[in-house]
Design a binder for this molecule. Sequence first.
Ligand code: CO
Length: 160
Amino acid sequence: MSILPICTVPDPALRQRAKRVTSFNGSVQRLIDDMIETLHGVEGVGLAANQVGNPLRIIVIQLPEEAVISIINPEIVRRAGERVVVEGCLSLPGYQGEIKRSERVSVKGLDRQGKEMRLKAEGLLAQALEHEIDHLNGVLYIDRLESGDKLWKIKPDEQA
Ligand code: CO
């Protein structure tokens, strides 16, 4: 496994719509392993494949004290509620913003063996799923700011 460099704004890789995974070969497995190692290396919450320059629909999420989640071709099939959250992104180091996310989401996709999976989530996991699936569509959280004053600089030791 290896730690991959993470693209940062304004890298055009972040604005591309990622493509669906259709084969579950060794290179996809290696990419998922590398994404997990990269995420752990920076102590991040989530990572989308296009953040490491690979335009495939794959996300990994690591919440504290939880098992790592990897989803291929994830799709949000249901959203409910709305809440205001403070969010950051590994592709926009040094910043945080206040945006609205869903309270709960249902996501379907495939696990790394290509088997169908469904996930119901709320709170931070729902937020992370929306954030990472946005990445796959070329969307960043800064696109969801209601105004410029909802984005601010943070000190390096406060990075989410
Ligand atoms: Co992000």
